[in-house]
Design a protein around this ligand. Structure first.
Ligand code: FAD
Ligand code: SIN
Length: 532
């Protein structure tokens, strides 16, 4: 049994920002941070475009960034939260610069990029690997803090609550408490009980529930699923963002390689493979419209034309500047025989970001006592029905900071819970046929991609729900009889995520933001939503 003051599940930008700030303010506290594989692997690492923040106050303003975020969110953002994130974002970015993060400069000033839905240039970036750079600086800083212990290959299985003390907990309970987590140490295959006064869930996204995704293989929605199992609140799961431009690769990379929206911000134009422009048919902002509009337009054009992909034309752009900004994208294209300066780059939409997640308030509190959440696993109210590009790194830092401020005050009033039993693995044995797990995973991704993708309908959603129920029943049986493995836990978690996305989509009888259904193509007015 491990005892710690604070347990942080996840070492992406959200978990690390929180851990670094808390460790710095309270050197007397023990802060335990978990990663399911290693600390270098997370969605954060792959962030390309950058961090959106109002920086040049001569041309930009908080008001403009707020308006752009609300516009992208299509009526479902929480306006107070949007204001908090936009206004506090500037300070948070300054802090990570102080921690050693480099952003590209143009002379003495930061070189501010542009992405879809932004009315001004406000994206701070480091070439096309901003996330890697942020993570590098944070991990360097973490090394200097003796009270942060990062445990790699520590896979959180379940969050501990009254349920584990034998109490019946339902979704109607308002007094659920978190005492820590059961964690599979992948090096010893032993399930550790980690008890904490406060638990912060920062487990990132769930893109792996789809066949094609920009998210790395670790993005299996573990935190969201664990919170759902402990009967905590989640919301807005129907709003899954498909990035319009992942690199089309017939070999089917997992993850799909992203061609950053910043490339369009730099002047690249979406075209068909015959070289015809089409975005003007969908939105006056053309290739730089918000993501939901561009992804749907590409999906529609592909279906209409019977093409497997659409294209990005960069051939008119300056090669030297392009290489300076997008070295990774250039190299990846060249490795596949595509010269971005001459050839059209083939692109397709891919699952990228779940806007919904664990419901949090303005401090990052969840519905569960002594448990907070920040980053991509949450639904903070910032994104509404569609996230504005490059707002998620910002959101993670702002809420990590807000949680830190509350936790350093509150932690001393909380006792570590006693009487928590060790994990019970009785009557389970090693899986005899791994194919049962790998095949179910393939089926799950097929179901979600075919029936719960960019365009939905009642029939497709019903079919998905029926198929998911079968998978759920089979997997729960397997879970009850099999020794735990990361593959089995990820399958179980992703089935939960698939179920939550599908049932949330079934409940929304309108098309809004990222949720488009042919059975209810219109957006409901506020009055209609209330009456429904
Ligand atoms: P992550 O960075 O994903 O970290 C999750 C952590 O949780 C990892 O350490 C993982 O090991 C750990 N974890 C998960 N489950 C468990 C478990 N069961 N047990 C133990 N540990 C666990 N956003 C922007 O704002 N700008 C961009 O330019 C941008 N570009 C992107 C490009 C790509 C290709 C992708 C995939 C995303 C991009 N995003 C971008 C989104 C952004 O990167 C993420 O939303 C953000 O980094 C999420 O940070 P996080 O800390 O919440 O989660
Ligand atoms: C990109 O670089 O296109 C991704 C930005 C984001 O997801 O916010």
């Amino acid at each position: 049994m491990i005892k710690t003051d604070i347990l942080v599940v996840g070492a992406g930008i959200a978990g690390l920002t929180f851990a670094l700030k808390t460790a710095n303010r309270r050197p007397d506290l023990k802060i335990t941070v978990l990663t399911k594989t290693n600390r270098e692997e997370s969605n954060t690492r792959y962030a390309q475009g950058g961090v959106a923040a109002v920086w040049d106050f001569k041309t930009d303003s908080y008001k403009k960034h707020i308006e752009d975020t609300l516009d992208a969110g299509d009526g479902l953002c929480d306006e107070d939260i949007v204001e908090i994130v936009v206004k506090e974002g500037h300070e948070r970015v300054k802090e990570i610069i102080e921690w050693g993060t480099r952003f590209d400069k143009h002379g003495a000033d930061y070189d501010l990029g542009k992405e879809g839905g932004h009315s001004e240039n406000r994206i701070l970036h480091y070439k096309d690997y901003t996330g890697w750079e942020i993570l590098r600086a944070m991990l360097e800083k973490a090394k200097t803090m003796p009270n942060i212990e990062i445990h790699d290959h520590f896979f959180a299985v379940d969050l501990i609550s009254q349920h584990h003390l034998g109490h019946v907990v339902t979704r109607l309970n308002t007094n659920i408490e978190c005492y820590g987590a059961y964690v599979l140490d992948l090096k010893t295959n032993h399930i550790e009980t980690i008890l904490a006064k406060i638990t912060v869930v920062a487990t990132g996204g769930a893109g792996q529930v789809y066949r094609s995704t920009t998210n790395p293989v670790i993005a299996t929605g573990d935190g969201m699923a664990m919170v759902y199992r402990m009967k905590g609140r989640l919301e807005n799961m129907e709003f899954v963002q498909f990035h319009p431009t992942s690199l089309f690769n017939p070999a089917g990379d997992n993850p799909a390689f992203l061609v950053s929206e910043a490339v369009r911000g730099f002047g690249a134009i979406l075209k068909s493979k015959e070289g015809e422009e089409f975005m003007h048919l969908y939105d006056e902002r053309k290739s730089l419209a918000p993501r939901d509009i561009v992804a749907r337009a590409i999906d529609n054009e592909m279906k209409k034309r019977g093409d497997e992909y659409m294209c990005l034309d960069c051939s008119h752009l300056d090669k030297k500047r392009f290489l300076g900004h997008f070295p990774t994208i250039y190299d990846k294209c060249m490795s596949l025989g595509i010269n971005p300066m001459k050839d059209l780059i083939p692109v397709v939409p891919a699952a990228h970001y779940v806007c919904g997640g664990i419901k949090t308030d303005e401090i990052g509190r969840t519905s569960v006592k002594n448990m907070y959440a920040c980053g991509e696993c949450t639904s903070s109210g910032l994104h509404g029905a569609n996230r504005l590009a490059s707002n998620s790194l910002l959101e993670a830092m702002v809420f990590a900071h807000r949680i830190f401020k509350e936790v350093v005050e509150k932690v001393d009033d909380i006792e570590i819970k006693t009487g928590i039993p060790e994990w019970n693995a009785e009557s389970t044995s090693d899986p005899k046929e791994m194919v049962l797990i790998t095949q179910s995973m393939k089926e799950l991704k097929e179901i979600m991609s075919s029936y719960v993708g960019i365009v939905r309908s009642n029939v497709r959603l019903k079919r998905a729900a029926d198929r998911l129920l079968l998978l759920y029943n089979e997997t729960e049986k397997l879970y009850a009889s099999t020794t735990l493995s990361p593959q089995l836990m990820e399958l179980r978690n992703l089935i939960t995520i698939g179920y939550l996305i599908t049932t949330s989509a079934q409940m929304r009888h309108e098309s809004r933001g990222l949720h488009f259904t042919t059975d209810y193509p219109e957006k409901l007015s506020f009055a209609e939503t209330v009456l429904r």
